[in-house]
Design a protein around this ligand. Sequence first.
Ligand code: MN3
Length: 199
Amino acid sequence: MSFELPKLGYNYTALEPHIDARTMEIHHTKHHAAYINNLNTSIAGTALEMKSIEEIMTGVSVHSAAVRNNGGGFYNHNLYWEVIAPGGSPKPEGVLLSAINDSFGSVQNFQEAFVKAAVTRFGSGWAWLVLQENKLAVSSTPNQDNPLMDVAEVRGTPILGIDVWEHAYYLNYQNRRPDYVNAFWNLINWDEVARRFKG
Ligand code: MN3
């Protein structure tokens, strides 16, 4: 078994002006594809070929740096493409809204925490909304790490994530990461986040 590059549910132009088409095309066909190719190479002929990407992530500490970095890159981008959509979708509601209010006090507080985590992550990495036992948390991870990994400081199931590697925004925003992070808010597919929240 080998992992495959997913098709996107929208065109590369569909997220403009928030994320430009050239960035989307390179990000999907070059960066994401490279993580998948390198992951497949790194697990070829090993027992990991029989495991799901989630299983590989939760036990990643015993595997090579290549599996950690490229497996994370594969998993993280699969999530990223799905939790954004052209025009986004309505604000969190129902049980997800209740959980956000319980964990952060308000959607506004959650948004501020998420933006701060994304903007202050030094160098390359990700910011996350993480489902833990009975609550939600915001975290960030370096490189291609994620909250599923047994090496993560804040562990749980990621239900929303933003890629803050420069390749995700530099063509359009150059050094202005906060502008990209704020624009991301217009794209969040809350229906998909809610689906992941409900598991
Ligand atoms: Mn990326």
